[in-house]
Design a protein around this ligand. Structure first.
Ligand SMILES: Nc1ncnc2c1ncn2[C@@H]1O[C@H](COP(=O)(O)OP(=O)(O)O)[C@@H](O)[C@H]1O
Ligand SMILES: [Mg+2]
Length: 271
């Protein structure tokens, strides 16, 4: 089991999109994949399953239930919240706005996500965690649990803002509790080849390379198909197989699997 947190405290840079599409591509390549929705906005969850298809959420796992007579006293196990997605080999731990209360919970609950993943997700090859857009307890809990952090950045003038703060948070987690946490790299998203700004911001990202370790060769372009796929509950590689956006995500998946030293197709896979 390899755990990858997809993180950037800026909203709208493509954390959810990249978590979703990368999880689906790896699943279609034959890996057993679990996507964990760790953003109380629940965008990842909504992109795969309707709310009447699940009851337990990540909030029920991570937050102590109120000990009231007649009410459930034990938190749920992660296993009890896992649901299937329309993509073969891809499961999901859903969440919704109730997870926002985690930010007010005591420090000791920070380790619960990691413990639960170790106990209940060891059967998965890859676990991707979609992180919330703030430097809070949920992000820290995700980084405690992860082997790698993958950072999507928007290709715009502000794209690099906050990268230093994120690096600082990663450093803190590394020195306090998770010395093994590695940066997998930065992926440039919302790339518009016709804009000089995109090329310039790519160059600027390379300037901060020492901080981010690695920038993936694949630029994820700004394509309407990528934004549309969730409404059809399909990954973009199936929603628009012939479109350039599918090539981009397959290429990006190759790069990710190469960096993780995993084969580009899981050998036991039957497609
Ligand atoms: N490469 C892309 N091309 C087109 N639309 C994109 C792309 N990446 C993200 N989006 C859209 O931009 C919005 C924000 O992306 P999202 O993945 O939700 O960001 P975050 O999770 O970082 O807040 C969403 O509406 C999403 O569909
Ligand atoms: Mg998101």
């Amino acid at each position: 089991m390899v755990v990858i947190a997809v993180a950037n405290q800026k909203g709208g840079v493509g954390k959810t999109t990249i978590t979703r599409e990368l999880s689906a591509c790896c699943a279609l390549r034959g890996y057993q994949v679990l996507s964990v929705d760790c953003d109380p906005q629940g965008n990842l969850t909504q992109s795969w399953v309707k709310s009447d298809l699940y009851e337990g959420t990540l909030a029920h796992v991570l937050i102590e239930p109120e000990a009231q007579p007649g009410q459930r006293r034990e938190p749920l196990s992660l296993f009890d919240t896992i649901v299937e997605t329309p993509v073969k080999n891809l499961d999901l731990v859903p969440c919704d706005i109730r997870l926002a209360r985690f930010e007010q919970q005591p420090e000791y609950l920070m380790h619960r996500l990691k413990k639960q993943l170790l106990e209940h997700a060891h059967g998965y090859d890859l676990v991707f965690i979609d992180c919330p857009p703030q430097l809070g307890k949920l992000l820290t809990a995700a980084l405690y649990s992860a082997h790698f952090v993958l950072i999507p950045c928007a290709a715009d003038a502000m794209g690099l803002q906050g990268l230093a703060d994120l690096s600082h948070t990663i450093e803190q987690v590394r020195s306090n509790v998770n010395a093994d946490l590695k940066t997998l790299g930065v992926v440039v998203n919302l790339y518009k080849p016709t804009r000089n700004l995109s090329a310039e911001s790519r160059a600027a990202i390379e300037d901060v390379l020492p901080m981010v370790n690695y920038v993936f060769d694949t630029n994820i372009h700004d394509y309407a198909k990528i934004a549309e796929a969730p409404s059809q509950q399909l990954p973009v590689v199936l929603y628009s197989e012939e479109h350039r956006s599918a090539d981009l995500f397959w290429g990006f998946t190759d790069e990710i699997l190469d960096r993780l030293k995993l084969s580009r197709q899981k050998l036991s896979a039957v497609r």
